[in-house]
Ligand binder design. Structure first.
Ligand SMILES: [Zn+2]
Length: 136
């Protein structure tokens, strides 16, 4: 069995088959940011606390990409998902062939294999259409 490694450390965690994005909240102005940083993007404050972001959001905008990329055969979808916290997260989108995308549509976070390397699977966060007509 191949080991699973995240494509980048500190962006998300995976437990019991559920994924969670790791963000931060500024104690000074309340701004939520993702990914975590040392400095608040809103007030430049440095007093940030770690928070876990919601797994659901709404599709804000998306693009179907027809150009090949290093790891993803075309066509694949990318877009911005607006979370309940009010921030937008850029993500790959899957499940759109079975369940057409529309802005405003409910999306849910999953952690999935992005690509394989010699002896490991590289995982990342992905959003899929949620609910009716989606994969769950
Ligand atoms: Zn702030």
């Amino acid at each position: 069995m191949k080991s699973r490694v995240p494509f980048r450390q500190g962006l998300f965690e995976e437990a019991d088959g559920e994924g969670t994005l790791l963000g931060a909240r500024c104690r000074q102005c309340g701004q939520i940011i993702f990914p975590r940083r040392e400095t608040c993007l809103n007030c430049l404050g440095k007093d940030l606390e770690p928070v876990r972001l919601s797994r659901h959001g709404q599709l804000y905008s998306y693009t179907i990409v027809h150009m090949p990329s290093e790891h993803f055969p075309p066509p694949y979808a990318i877009g911005w998902i607006e979370l309940a916290e009010g921030i937008r997260v850029f993500s790959q989108i899957r499940g759109w062939q079975e369940s057409p995308l529309k802005t405003g549509r409910d999306m849910r976070l999953t952690i999935e294999k992005l690509w394989e390397e010699a002896d490991r699977e590289v995982t990342g966060y992905v959003f899929r259409p949620a609910g009716k007509g989606g994969a769950g």
